[in-house]
Design a protein around this ligand. Structure first.
Ligand SMILES: [Zn+2]
Ligand SMILES: [Zn+2]
Length: 309
């Protein structure tokens, strides 16, 4: 039998309840080949430092897991763009802690919302983000990168335009440690269409011109409850939203992105809902894609991989 070139690099944001390493078993039970996790509560500033045994257990479980690609999403509280000195101090400290945790766990990518500028001018805020990122990189040496996420543009959120992310990137002295996470729901809400072959190509061409494909490290795959250009961030199940199936068919059959981890952040009460979205995505793959990609998404949750750990 011919060996396939790559695995379908698809997974979801997975809970760490009960311990960081538990995410691997949950992810594996639905056939994830990549997962996104929080390494701490995403709605609290404080966290206890990781212990040596937590780190070792995580790394050992990872090594034995079929899931090879792990990414982290930073806390939603962090706002490097703020004009409030207290928020800036707390955010910078929290981001250093998050990057340190990634570095300790051997995780290459920490995904960050660029922040919001509030009442201060956008340009100043973007430069401030770059400056604070540099401070964070300096405090936490190593290879772990921070990925700036494309945003929907709610309120005064930074990062709804590719140019804003490019501005941060250009102003940073640590370009090697900055990448981009493209969120399909956010970009659509921000006004970048990817629904047809023509608009899809146009959006990615813009991305390549303004930021460059080399910076693209992770894709968040979410359909959108809201319309193109609504600037409202509401995730929907794949194919059930305003973005629609064709956008995901185009994305998942695009060989330029076969090696980029693609993470679902669609609404869920239980893992089965992630699996449903993953199966929906597999159903969109055409014959040529299936010829080169190894696909491990199961029909049903593989229970023993979850329950006895
Ligand atoms: Zn995000
Ligand atoms: Zn979102």
């Amino acid at each position: 039998m011919k060996t396939k070139k790559h695995s379908l690099l698809l997974g979801a944001h997975i809970s760490i309840a009960g311990g960081l390493e538990k995410a691997f078993f949950r992810g594996q039970s639905i056939g994830c080949t990549t997962i996104q996790i929080f390494t701490k509560s995403n709605r609290q500033w404080q966290c206890k430092p990781l212990t040596k045994s937590e780190i070792e257990l995580f790394k050992k479980t990872w090594e034995q897991s079929p899931i090879k690609s792990v990414v982290v999403h930073a806390s939603y509280l962090i706002n490097l763009g703020s004009s409030n000195p207290e928020v800036i101090t707390k955010s910078t400290r929290a981001l250093k802690e998050e990057l340190l945790r990634c570095s300790q766990l051997g995780i290459p990518y920490l995904i960050l919302h660029p922040g919001s500028h509030g009442t201060s001018p956008k340009k100043n805020s973007l430069l401030q983000v770059a400056k604070l990122l540099d401070e964070v990189f300096q405090a936490v040496p190593g290879n772990s990168m921070i990925l700036l996420e494309t945003m929907a543009g709610q309120g005064s959120n930074l990062g709804a335009e590719f140019e804003e992310l490019a501005e941060i990137y250009k102003a940073s002295a640590n370009k090697k440690r900055i990448g981009i996470c493209f969120d399909t729901c956010h970009t659509f809400a921000a006004g970048y269409n990817t629904q047809t072959k023509k608009t899809y190509e146009h959006t990615w061409q813009l991305f390549d011109t303004v930021l460059g494909f080399d910076l693209l490290k992770v894709i968040h795959v979410n359909d959108s409850k809201k319309e193109l250009g609504s600037r409202v961030d509401r995730h929907e199940h794949i194919g059930k939203g305003k973005l629609g199936k064709e956008a995901f068919r185009l994305l998942f059959n695009d060989e330029r992105f076969f090696t980029i981890p693609k993470i679902l952040e669609t609404p869920k009460e239980e893992l089965a809902e992630d699996l449903k979205n993953m199966k929906e995505i597999v159903s969109l793959l055409d014959a040529d894609t299936k010829n080169v990609l190894d696909i491990k998404v199961p029909e049903k949750i593989v229970e023993e991989r979850v329950s006895n750990r």
